[in-house]
Each structure stands twice: as structure tokens, then as C-alpha cells.
Design a protein around this ligand. Sequence first.
Ligand code: MN
Length: 238
Amino acid sequence: MPALAPPDFVLPAAATPSLAVAGTGARFPLRRIFCVGRNYAEHAREMGHDPDREPPFFFTKPADAAFDAPEGGGVAIPFPPATRDLHFEIELSVAIGQGGADIAEAAAPAHVFGHVVGIDLTRRDLQAQAKKAGRPWDMAKGFDLSAPHGAIVPVADWNSPASGAIWLDCDGARRQEADLAAMIWPVAGIIATLSRLVRLAPGDLIMTGTPAGVGAVGPGSVLRGGVDGLPGVELRIG
Ligand code: MN
């Protein structure tokens, strides 16, 4: 097949969003960001839901909501607009290296490029309004700069998503602390389930849900979070 001529865009095409990969100058090109809702029973309860009756579900963020916020990097973002209740949610994110549809749970690990710590920043007041009105969550979850991440660690160097501590400190105080083993749906099950809803592609990132202890963060606060064995995430808000 002859090579296609490069498209003649009417505007400069946007740069490909990406995240740092630990131990290399190369970067992970992002395609889509999928997020799991209510994947830890205690968090489901603190949000007023019964984890036994409500299976996890998915929502999305734009790929360019993600940015590098490495521990010790001194990254700061402005306080986001349109909210008076900005919440942190520490999460393990999974970077997909090999795409596919209808992926069996046993085959899921082979589709993973690596793992990374992220924060699902949430405009909780907008989310509450959306829930009440039966409207989409997009503006609560998918706003600009809503997905700070540490550096991705390839599976050859860290591949322990089934257990290990996950935590977040706000201004030096421990606010979230749990074990990855408390996920209702483990990573392989998330990949299998999501791949029955969409065909996963290289560059997709899956945020796997947050444990209990989510809370509001004000201007000037510093968030710092981690998962045992992965580089941390850290950023100042406002
Ligand atoms: Mn979340």
C-alpha cells in the first residue's frame, strides 16, 4: 500500500500528551484516560454507596489532563476554576502497551506496559450536582490538569499491582492509606472488563480507583502520594 501523504491540517495539530517513564528520557504517549469508579469498598461507603450492590464502572478524562508531577519536582498548578470543593483521590494507574478487545483476565498482564501513581483531582461540588441531576460527570472529573502523575515504571522493574501500600499526604498529614489488595476489581479484572466495552489501544491509561479518605484541598496545599515501590507524585495547588 502506498504511504499516505501527511494530512494538510487547517490548524497546527496539538502535541501528543505524554508521561515520563522512570529511568529513561523516553516518554509514554497517551491516547485515552479511563478511570474506575468506587473500586475500594470503604471509599464507596464514604460516598454513600453500598459496595456490595454497585459494581465499579468507568468514566474518562481527556489525555491532556495528565501531566508530570514527580515527587520532589516542585510542580505547582493553579487552583482549578468553577469549584469550591476540590478533592484529591490517590490512585494506581496502569499504562497499556498492547491493545486488544475481549481480553481474558489471564491474558491481561501481557497488555500492560507499566504502572504509575496518579491523583484523580475531582471538583466534588460539580460531581454532586451532576449526580443529583442525573447528568454526566465530565466537568467534575475531566477538567484541565486533573490527572497529575509520577513516572511510569515498566513491568520489568515493578509488577506488583495486586498488593502493597497506597497513600496520600496533604500538607504532611496522612489522609489516605490502604492496600492495593483492597480493590474490589483487581487490575486484570479491570482490563478484561474495560476491553469488553472498548478496544484498548497502546497509550491508554487506566486509573484504578481510590481508597477511602478523600478530602478537600485548598489553595497553597501540597499533595504527596505513593504506592510501595513506585516513584511518588507531588504537587502544590494554587
Ligand atoms: Mn477516582
